[in-house]
Design a binder for this molecule. Structure first.
Ligand code: MRU
Length: 346
Protein backbone atom coordinates (compact mmCIF):
# COMPACT_ATOMS: atom_id res chain seq x y z
CA UNK A 1 0.00 0.00 0.00
CA UNK A 2 1.26 3.47 -0.89
CA UNK A 3 2.06 5.83 2.00
CA UNK A 4 1.05 9.38 1.12
CA UNK A 5 2.83 10.85 4.11
CA UNK A 6 5.57 9.47 6.33
CA UNK A 7 8.11 10.74 8.83
CA UNK A 8 11.71 9.88 7.92
CA UNK A 9 14.81 10.53 10.03
CA UNK A 10 17.44 10.14 7.36
CA UNK A 11 19.40 11.75 5.75
CA UNK A 12 17.94 14.61 7.81
CA UNK A 13 14.57 14.53 9.61
CA UNK A 14 11.82 15.24 7.08
CA UNK A 15 8.26 14.57 5.96
CA UNK A 16 8.17 12.35 2.90
CA UNK A 17 5.19 13.04 0.66
CA UNK A 18 4.18 11.35 -2.54
CA UNK A 19 3.66 14.25 -4.96
CA UNK A 20 -0.02 13.82 -5.82
CA UNK A 21 0.13 16.53 -8.47
CA UNK A 22 2.37 14.25 -10.55
CA UNK A 23 0.20 11.12 -10.37
CA UNK A 24 -0.68 9.01 -12.24
CA UNK A 25 2.05 9.83 -14.76
CA UNK A 26 4.98 9.85 -12.34
CA UNK A 27 5.49 8.41 -8.86
CA UNK A 28 7.80 10.90 -7.22
CA UNK A 29 8.38 11.97 -3.62
CA UNK A 30 8.98 15.31 -1.90
CA UNK A 31 11.26 15.59 1.14
CA UNK A 32 9.94 18.42 3.27
CA UNK A 33 12.23 20.16 5.77
CA UNK A 34 10.83 23.72 5.86
CA UNK A 35 7.51 25.36 6.62
CA UNK A 36 7.53 27.16 3.25
CA UNK A 37 7.87 23.86 1.39
CA UNK A 38 5.14 22.28 3.49
CA UNK A 39 2.67 25.12 2.96
CA UNK A 40 3.42 25.01 -0.79
CA UNK A 41 2.73 21.27 -0.81
CA UNK A 42 -0.60 21.80 0.96
CA UNK A 43 -1.69 24.65 -1.33
CA UNK A 44 -0.68 22.86 -4.53
CA UNK A 45 -2.42 19.66 -3.31
CA UNK A 46 0.79 17.65 -3.46
CA UNK A 47 -0.63 16.42 -0.15
CA UNK A 48 -4.39 16.48 0.20
CA UNK A 49 -7.39 14.67 1.66
CA UNK A 50 -8.58 15.47 5.17
CA UNK A 51 -6.85 12.70 7.18
CA UNK A 52 -3.56 13.13 5.27
CA UNK A 53 -3.81 16.84 6.04
CA UNK A 54 -4.27 15.95 9.71
CA UNK A 55 -0.95 14.10 9.64
CA UNK A 56 0.57 17.01 7.73
CA UNK A 57 -0.54 19.45 10.44
CA UNK A 58 0.86 17.28 13.22
CA UNK A 59 4.18 16.41 11.56
CA UNK A 60 4.40 19.98 10.31
CA UNK A 61 4.85 21.16 13.89
CA UNK A 62 7.97 18.98 14.09
CA UNK A 63 9.28 20.49 10.85
CA UNK A 64 8.64 23.98 12.23
CA UNK A 65 10.41 23.19 15.51
CA UNK A 66 13.44 21.78 13.70
CA UNK A 67 13.60 24.85 11.47
CA UNK A 68 13.19 27.11 14.52
CA UNK A 69 16.15 25.40 16.19
CA UNK A 70 18.30 25.66 13.05
CA UNK A 71 17.44 29.29 12.34
CA UNK A 72 17.09 30.64 15.89
CA UNK A 73 13.42 31.64 15.70
CA UNK A 74 11.75 33.26 18.71
CA UNK A 75 8.79 31.48 20.34
CA UNK A 76 6.46 33.98 18.66
CA UNK A 77 7.97 33.27 15.25
CA UNK A 78 7.57 29.53 15.81
CA UNK A 79 3.93 30.00 16.84
CA UNK A 80 3.27 32.13 13.74
CA UNK A 81 4.84 29.52 11.44
CA UNK A 82 2.80 26.72 13.00
CA UNK A 83 -0.30 28.83 12.40
CA UNK A 84 0.64 29.18 8.70
CA UNK A 85 0.55 25.39 8.41
CA UNK A 86 -2.62 25.03 10.50
CA UNK A 87 -4.58 27.55 8.45
CA UNK A 88 -3.19 26.79 4.99
CA UNK A 89 -6.54 25.31 3.89
CA UNK A 90 -9.74 26.15 5.78
CA UNK A 91 -12.30 23.43 5.10
CA UNK A 92 -10.71 20.14 6.20
CA UNK A 93 -10.84 20.33 9.99
CA UNK A 94 -8.15 17.63 10.30
CA UNK A 95 -5.36 20.04 9.37
CA UNK A 96 -6.10 22.23 12.38
CA UNK A 97 -6.83 19.22 14.60
CA UNK A 98 -3.44 17.69 13.76
CA UNK A 99 -1.50 20.93 14.22
CA UNK A 100 -3.26 21.71 17.52
CA UNK A 101 -2.75 18.22 18.89
CA UNK A 102 1.00 18.29 18.21
CA UNK A 103 1.39 21.96 19.26
CA UNK A 104 0.05 21.13 22.71
CA UNK A 105 3.40 19.39 23.35
CA UNK A 106 5.78 22.11 22.11
CA UNK A 107 6.86 23.03 25.65
CA UNK A 108 7.92 19.37 26.23
CA UNK A 109 10.36 19.43 23.31
CA UNK A 110 10.53 18.13 19.77
CA UNK A 111 10.65 14.43 20.70
CA UNK A 112 7.35 14.74 22.57
CA UNK A 113 5.80 16.56 19.60
CA UNK A 114 7.01 13.88 17.20
CA UNK A 115 5.61 11.15 19.47
CA UNK A 116 2.21 12.90 19.53
CA UNK A 117 2.25 13.31 15.75
CA UNK A 118 3.17 9.66 15.15
CA UNK A 119 0.43 8.59 17.55
CA UNK A 120 -2.08 10.54 15.47
CA UNK A 121 -0.78 8.85 12.32
CA UNK A 122 -1.15 5.38 13.85
CA UNK A 123 -4.63 6.18 15.16
CA UNK A 124 -5.73 7.29 11.70
CA UNK A 125 -4.85 3.98 10.11
CA UNK A 126 -6.59 2.04 12.89
CA UNK A 127 -9.68 4.26 12.59
CA UNK A 128 -9.84 3.79 8.82
CA UNK A 129 -9.65 0.02 9.08
CA UNK A 130 -12.34 -0.11 11.77
CA UNK A 131 -14.74 2.27 10.02
CA UNK A 132 -14.28 0.26 6.81
CA UNK A 133 -15.46 -2.91 8.54
CA UNK A 134 -18.42 -1.11 10.12
CA UNK A 135 -19.32 0.61 6.86
CA UNK A 136 -19.21 -2.59 4.81
CA UNK A 137 -21.46 -4.35 7.37
CA UNK A 138 -23.93 -1.45 7.34
CA UNK A 139 -24.10 -1.22 3.54
CA UNK A 140 -24.64 -4.96 3.05
CA UNK A 141 -27.33 -5.01 5.73
CA UNK A 142 -29.07 -1.90 4.39
CA UNK A 143 -29.05 -2.89 0.71
CA UNK A 144 -29.71 -6.57 1.39
CA UNK A 145 -27.38 -7.38 -1.53
CA UNK A 146 -24.59 -9.92 -1.70
CA UNK A 147 -22.62 -7.68 -4.05
CA UNK A 148 -22.98 -3.95 -4.39
CA UNK A 149 -22.32 -1.44 -7.13
CA UNK A 150 -20.84 1.78 -5.79
CA UNK A 151 -20.41 5.35 -6.95
CA UNK A 152 -17.74 7.47 -5.26
CA UNK A 153 -16.48 11.01 -5.61
CA UNK A 154 -13.00 12.51 -5.27
CA UNK A 155 -10.19 10.46 -3.70
CA UNK A 156 -10.44 8.92 -0.26
CA UNK A 157 -7.91 6.10 -0.40
CA UNK A 158 -4.45 5.63 1.05
CA UNK A 159 -3.39 8.77 -0.82
CA UNK A 160 -5.90 10.90 1.09
CA UNK A 161 -5.15 9.40 4.50
CA UNK A 162 -2.21 7.94 6.40
CA UNK A 163 -3.16 4.46 5.18
CA UNK A 164 -6.00 2.33 3.81
CA UNK A 165 -8.62 5.04 3.24
CA UNK A 166 -12.11 6.01 4.36
CA UNK A 167 -14.82 5.74 1.69
CA UNK A 168 -12.21 3.96 -0.39
CA UNK A 169 -11.44 1.79 2.65
CA UNK A 170 -15.05 0.57 2.68
CA UNK A 171 -14.87 -0.12 -1.05
CA UNK A 172 -11.63 -2.07 -0.49
CA UNK A 173 -13.18 -3.97 2.41
CA UNK A 174 -16.22 -4.90 0.28
CA UNK A 175 -13.86 -6.05 -2.47
CA UNK A 176 -11.87 -8.23 -0.06
CA UNK A 177 -15.12 -9.80 1.17
CA UNK A 178 -16.17 -10.61 -2.40
CA UNK A 179 -19.10 -8.23 -1.91
CA UNK A 180 -18.16 -5.58 -4.47
CA UNK A 181 -19.53 -5.72 -7.98
CA UNK A 182 -18.33 -2.50 -9.59
CA UNK A 183 -17.24 1.06 -8.86
CA UNK A 184 -18.05 4.26 -10.73
CA UNK A 185 -15.38 6.81 -9.81
CA UNK A 186 -16.25 10.42 -10.58
CA UNK A 187 -13.38 12.20 -12.28
CA UNK A 188 -13.75 15.14 -9.83
CA UNK A 189 -13.35 18.51 -11.46
CA UNK A 190 -11.38 20.67 -11.61
CA UNK A 191 -8.29 18.83 -10.38
CA UNK A 192 -9.28 15.27 -11.26
CA UNK A 193 -8.61 13.58 -7.93
CA UNK A 194 -10.98 10.83 -9.06
CA UNK A 195 -9.55 10.00 -12.47
CA UNK A 196 -5.91 10.70 -11.56
CA UNK A 197 -5.82 9.27 -8.02
CA UNK A 198 -8.82 7.05 -7.21
CA UNK A 199 -8.53 5.23 -10.52
CA UNK A 200 -4.78 4.81 -9.87
CA UNK A 201 -5.54 3.19 -6.51
CA UNK A 202 -8.42 1.08 -7.86
CA UNK A 203 -6.18 -0.14 -10.67
CA UNK A 204 -3.36 -1.06 -8.25
CA UNK A 205 -5.89 -2.90 -6.06
CA UNK A 206 -7.36 -4.66 -9.12
CA UNK A 207 -10.87 -3.40 -8.37
CA UNK A 208 -13.22 -3.35 -11.38
CA UNK A 209 -14.24 0.22 -12.12
CA UNK A 210 -15.00 2.93 -14.62
CA UNK A 211 -14.27 6.62 -14.35
CA UNK A 212 -17.10 8.94 -15.30
CA UNK A 213 -17.37 12.71 -15.68
CA UNK A 214 -18.94 14.43 -12.68
CA UNK A 215 -21.98 15.38 -14.76
CA UNK A 216 -22.77 11.68 -15.26
CA UNK A 217 -23.03 10.76 -11.59
CA UNK A 218 -26.62 11.72 -10.84
CA UNK A 219 -27.81 10.02 -14.02
CA UNK A 220 -25.83 6.87 -13.16
CA UNK A 221 -27.71 6.81 -9.86
CA UNK A 222 -31.15 7.51 -11.35
CA UNK A 223 -30.65 4.87 -14.05
CA UNK A 224 -30.29 2.27 -11.30
CA UNK A 225 -26.67 1.47 -12.08
CA UNK A 226 -25.50 1.70 -8.45
CA UNK A 227 -26.73 0.49 -5.07
CA UNK A 228 -24.95 3.00 -2.84
CA UNK A 229 -22.90 6.20 -2.95
CA UNK A 230 -19.91 6.32 -0.61
CA UNK A 231 -17.95 9.53 -0.11
CA UNK A 232 -15.42 10.95 2.35
CA UNK A 233 -15.62 14.21 4.26
CA UNK A 234 -13.58 17.27 5.10
CA UNK A 235 -15.72 18.40 8.01
CA UNK A 236 -18.90 16.97 9.51
CA UNK A 237 -21.01 19.29 11.64
CA UNK A 238 -22.88 18.17 14.75
CA UNK A 239 -26.15 17.94 12.80
CA UNK A 240 -24.61 15.73 10.08
CA UNK A 241 -24.14 18.45 7.45
CA UNK A 242 -21.07 17.29 5.53
CA UNK A 243 -18.48 19.28 3.62
CA UNK A 244 -16.78 17.28 0.90
CA UNK A 245 -15.37 17.80 -2.58
CA UNK A 246 -17.48 19.98 -4.85
CA UNK A 247 -20.06 17.84 -6.62
CA UNK A 248 -20.82 15.57 -3.67
CA UNK A 249 -24.23 17.11 -3.01
CA UNK A 250 -25.44 16.15 -6.49
CA UNK A 251 -24.91 12.49 -5.59
CA UNK A 252 -26.81 12.94 -2.33
CA UNK A 253 -29.81 14.51 -4.07
CA UNK A 254 -29.90 11.78 -6.68
CA UNK A 255 -29.60 9.05 -4.02
CA UNK A 256 -32.55 10.49 -2.14
CA UNK A 257 -34.64 10.47 -5.32
CA UNK A 258 -33.49 6.95 -6.22
CA UNK A 259 -34.08 5.66 -2.70
CA UNK A 260 -30.56 4.33 -2.24
CA UNK A 261 -28.22 5.09 0.68
CA UNK A 262 -25.79 8.00 0.63
CA UNK A 263 -22.93 7.11 2.95
CA UNK A 264 -20.27 9.43 4.38
CA UNK A 265 -17.15 7.74 5.77
CA UNK A 266 -14.64 9.56 7.95
CA UNK A 267 -12.50 9.11 11.04
CA UNK A 268 -13.77 10.82 14.16
CA UNK A 269 -11.07 13.51 13.66
CA UNK A 270 -13.18 14.86 10.78
CA UNK A 271 -16.23 15.33 12.99
CA UNK A 272 -16.38 18.90 14.28
CA UNK A 273 -18.91 19.06 17.11
CA UNK A 274 -18.08 22.75 17.63
CA UNK A 275 -19.65 23.44 14.26
CA UNK A 276 -23.42 23.25 14.68
CA UNK A 277 -24.30 23.04 10.99
CA UNK A 278 -22.99 23.54 7.49
CA UNK A 279 -23.62 27.28 7.47
CA UNK A 280 -20.59 27.66 9.72
CA UNK A 281 -18.23 25.67 7.49
CA UNK A 282 -15.77 27.84 5.57
CA UNK A 283 -15.61 26.71 1.95
CA UNK A 284 -12.20 27.11 0.33
CA UNK A 285 -12.20 28.93 -3.00
CA UNK A 286 -9.40 27.93 -5.33
CA UNK A 287 -7.63 29.95 -8.05
CA UNK A 288 -9.44 30.73 -11.31
CA UNK A 289 -6.64 29.13 -13.37
CA UNK A 290 -7.77 25.68 -12.23
CA UNK A 291 -11.00 26.22 -14.20
CA UNK A 292 -9.65 28.43 -16.99
CA UNK A 293 -7.25 25.82 -18.25
CA UNK A 294 -7.30 22.07 -18.64
CA UNK A 295 -4.13 20.07 -19.15
CA UNK A 296 -2.29 23.25 -20.06
CA UNK A 297 -4.86 24.31 -22.69
CA UNK A 298 -6.96 27.45 -22.22
CA UNK A 299 -10.65 26.45 -22.03
CA UNK A 300 -12.40 29.73 -21.18
CA UNK A 301 -12.43 33.26 -22.59
CA UNK A 302 -9.58 35.32 -21.22
CA UNK A 303 -10.50 37.21 -18.05
CA UNK A 304 -13.90 35.55 -17.55
CA UNK A 305 -15.09 35.61 -13.93
CA UNK A 306 -14.71 32.23 -12.27
CA UNK A 307 -16.36 30.70 -9.24
CA UNK A 308 -14.21 27.83 -7.98
CA UNK A 309 -15.38 26.49 -4.61
CA UNK A 310 -13.38 23.38 -3.69
CA UNK A 311 -16.12 21.87 -1.51
CA UNK A 312 -19.86 21.76 -1.04
CA UNK A 313 -22.04 20.96 1.94
CA UNK A 314 -24.52 18.10 1.80
CA UNK A 315 -27.38 18.72 4.25
CA UNK A 316 -27.48 16.12 7.00
CA UNK A 317 -31.03 15.12 6.09
CA UNK A 318 -29.66 13.69 2.84
CA UNK A 319 -26.97 11.65 4.63
CA UNK A 320 -28.13 8.10 5.30
CA UNK A 321 -25.09 7.18 7.38
CA UNK A 322 -21.98 8.80 8.78
CA UNK A 323 -19.58 5.92 9.34
CA UNK A 324 -16.81 6.52 11.87
CA UNK A 325 -14.63 4.19 13.93
CA UNK A 326 -16.77 5.09 16.96
CA UNK A 327 -19.93 3.89 15.31
CA UNK A 328 -22.51 4.94 12.75
CA UNK A 329 -24.88 7.89 12.93
CA UNK A 330 -27.92 8.04 10.65
CA UNK A 331 -28.68 11.76 10.28
CA UNK A 332 -31.41 11.40 7.62
CA UNK A 333 -33.42 9.03 9.81
CA UNK A 334 -32.60 10.67 13.13
CA UNK A 335 -35.03 12.82 15.06
CA UNK A 336 -32.13 14.30 17.04
CA UNK A 337 -30.86 17.76 16.02
CA UNK A 338 -27.30 16.60 16.78
CA UNK A 339 -26.99 12.96 15.65
CA UNK A 340 -23.17 13.11 15.70
CA UNK A 341 -23.09 14.32 19.28
CA UNK A 342 -25.40 11.48 20.26
CA UNK A 343 -22.97 9.01 18.75
CA UNK A 344 -20.16 9.93 21.11
CA UNK A 345 -22.38 9.82 24.18
CA UNK A 346 -23.64 6.31 23.34
O1 MRU B 1 -9.24 19.15 -2.23
P1 MRU B 1 -8.95 17.78 -1.70
O2 MRU B 1 -8.44 16.84 -2.75
O3 MRU B 1 -8.10 17.81 -0.46
O4 MRU B 1 -10.38 17.24 -1.27
C1 MRU B 1 -10.46 15.96 -0.71
C2 MRU B 1 -11.84 15.51 -0.43
O5 MRU B 1 -12.81 16.21 -0.62
C3 MRU B 1 -11.97 14.16 0.19
O6 MRU B 1 -13.16 13.54 -0.20
C4 MRU B 1 -11.97 14.30 1.73
O7 MRU B 1 -10.89 15.07 2.16
C5 MRU B 1 -11.91 12.97 2.40
S1 MRU B 1 -10.34 12.17 2.19
C6 MRU B 1 -10.45 10.70 3.02
Amino acid sequence: MVRAIEWRESPTPHIRLIDQTALPAVETYLEITTVDALVDAVLSLAVRGAPALGATGALGVVVAMNQAAAEGWSDDELAAQILRIRDARPTAVNLAVGADRASAHVSEGVEAVLAAALELVAEDEAANRELSRLGADWILARTGKEKVRVVTHCNTGALATTAWGTAYGIIHELHERGALDYVYADETRPLLQGSRLTSWELTRDEIPHAIEVDGAASSTILRGLVDVAIIGADRIAANGDTANKIGSVALALACQRAGIPFVVAAPWTTVDLDTADGNDIVIEERPAEEVHSFGGAVVAPEGVTTFNPAFDVTPGDLVSAVVTEKGIAEPAASSSPEPLKDLISR
